[in-house]
Write a new protein. Sequence first.
Lengths: 607, 286
Amino acid sequence: MDLHFGDSKPTDEERAAVDGLLGPPESSWEGADRSDADLRWARGGREARDRRDLLLPGLHAINDRIGWISEGALDYLCRRLTVPPAEAYGVATFYAMFSLKPRPATVLHVCTDLACAAAGAPELCAGVEERLGLGSGVSVERSPCLGLCERAPAALAIKAGDPVRTAVSAPATVQDAVLAASSPDSAPEEPPAALAVPQAGQDGLMLLHRVGAVDPSSLDDYRAHGGYTALRRAFELGPAGVIREVTDSGLVGRGGAAFPTGRKWQATASQPDRPHYLVCNADESEPGTFKDRVLMEGDPYALVEAMTIAGYATGAHRGYLYLRGEYPRALRLLEHAVGQARARGLLGDDVLGQGYAFDIEIRRGAGAYICGEETALFNSIEGYRGEPRSKPPFPVEKGLFGKPTVENNVETLVNVLPVLTMGAPAYAKIGTGRSTGPKLFCVSGSVQRPGVYEVPFGATLGDVLTLAGVRDGLRAVLLGGAAGGFVRADELDIPLTFEGTREAGTTLGSGLVMAFDDSVPLPRLLLRIAEFFRDESCGQCVPCRVGTVRQEEALHRIVERTGADAAGDIALLREVGRAMRDASICGLGQTAWNAVESAIDRLGAYE
Amino acid sequence: MTVTPLGIPRRMLEFTLDGEEARVPEGSTILDACRAAGKDVPTLCEGDTLRPKNACRVCVVEVEGARTLVPACSRKAEPGMEVRTDTERARHSRKVVLELLASSVDLSTTPKVAGWLQEYEAKPDRFGPDAARLNEEPKIDNDLYVRDYDKCILCYKCVDACGDQWQNSFAISVAGRGFDARIAVEHDAPLTDSACVYCGNCIEVCPTGALSFKSEFDMRAAGTWDESAQTETTTVCAYCGVGCNLTLHVQDNEIVKVTSPHDNPVTHGNLCIKGRFGYQHVQNRD
């Protein structure tokens, strides 16, 4: 590898941002001034290249400090990490939160996705754009779902500097959003996470019982509320015992694919190749989903404990927590929690004095829905473009850094705590035969009490909507997110289990329940979904890269049409959709057409 | 004495290909088996000298029990597998993929694609006159080769050839995302400001003519490019001792481009700037 760098130099601030992450450069090979000693040795080879995974954190460091990434800054980062500038440019341009062109230090992300669009995002955008025009020092960007659907419409302000400042405005008025953007420090404090849990404080909650009851920054408080009993139990059982418990509990993945967790752990644990890695997928980006955010903000230590257990069971000594870039509060709380756990011997070389070494590293996403796909997430952590890999080989065999990796969603991991504390048989009794345990649902849209709800598997859609106080005039419900499907208002008896939704020809997905009334024109909603997938397609395979564009074009054409006028384009949508489902590399392309198809077939969207 | 390397003996495995028994060495892909059986499966992003990227999805086939179609170019054959290459489902996906490509990319210099469009009854026009296209202008920033990304199907082959699979120059990468993704050097700068060493190994693997010799590009623009009037002569490069094979493409007694045989066990079709572009002295008649 013979790297070629341009002539652009970083500014002092850009250099400081990178050095803040990587430490000062040791030689001119890494971008320091050249000394005589540098002439007699060369830094290169595998050792110089093995920090490639710090590329994404490095890009964040620059973007956080300056607000955008200049040629000089990118060049300097590449020198420090021995990364070819063209590849780093490819990575930086992959993420929506980075800009390679100058922009104001403050960026206001205004969510224009499903729940926010129904709650007045277009007016909010127009109002904010009018107030924050050129010269205001704020760049307003329309954003996909920010995961604040219970407080729609939402806006997130990020002001670059040292340190970077963020402010959330939700539910946002033009006034609030402008205030958050112009002075994030003086914006009102976000309400606590418990406000997103209407059931907070109720008896019988298993996953949410600590949300609102504990101080999310206090480890003592967490332990006083039953924290770390599951980890102690895990050490009693031993790794194989933990896997047996998890397998017997019937726990399946909550991220959408519903794969049996015990089987995944067993498959990873039995791989002879070392090291093993644990990855927690906290890149919660499915429009309308915010359960993982609420868990992480309300009970961060639970995730730290659950990751430790998962690492112990699968023989991993390092866990990566890949957190969505748009979740600044969760980041703050989790960084604090990991630090506290480390300081108290709950992470580190000797966890709980049991001779087991485990540590957690938090990696931040940068605005790419596709990075929630398990293999795309590996590429993102490794410092490559977040493009999905083809399977096989599967992650349990060759995952992160090519090593056996177990990757679980936040909610899945947090479920391991009750599995161990109450025991597999008791846990397996909850729910239905094939869907065991409690499940979180993100209810938003046309309901009185939007938020995260915990119910045992087996509750019907109607039950969940009643809990949230569904409003009159219900027209349709979106299940499972943009990659999920619509159901009609008269289908509320669908049981919200994996098998129940499958039998009803729909999906549980990530546990999203979004209610729509008559006030939202369905074709506009479908167009927004299509725009979302067009924007979020990584571009690797043809069916998804071009198919999502053709679908959006067709939905645009028929936004005001019905019946025979729309029939030709609907036929086109079906044909393209079928090829996307059959021939795309990953789940994004395969499911991108699901919601639109269900709206046509079930709701008669264009009749 | 000449020793022919035989390699490690490979076990044969059996599976069903379109209802017939197929026997292939372990590690073969479905595409290898199809080709051995004389079946024509279209491919675009597959390269005989590169690891399969399976990005174009035009080679998809149906495997019994699989939820989705699988790319023949990268999926390894497994014992007992039941593969069908010509089902309605596979043909449908190929047809749509060809339509999606032809409606967004200039495929006028892509070999064989016209035949496939016909065979699969693809109608790229049906997306309407307003269907988004790449709309790229050719990038002519050096005297040796042209990058016409209006013809780029984003197969990643040039990136792989420039990167760790062959040249290790890493001058280009995919930049941007989705439909806006393009092959670019850092900051979309001209090639002359990049790490490019002008080996032309990216041109060698480009399946669509998006990358072409400046000489070919100019002759096409002038309407004088005529492949039927060209001869191909494979010879040995005279520059250094490696002894790479060059295939000289000659039209009207002028070298118009240089390729290299992909089955050469040493170079696998790769050359350096001298072998690829340094041929002017041969035809200097002064």
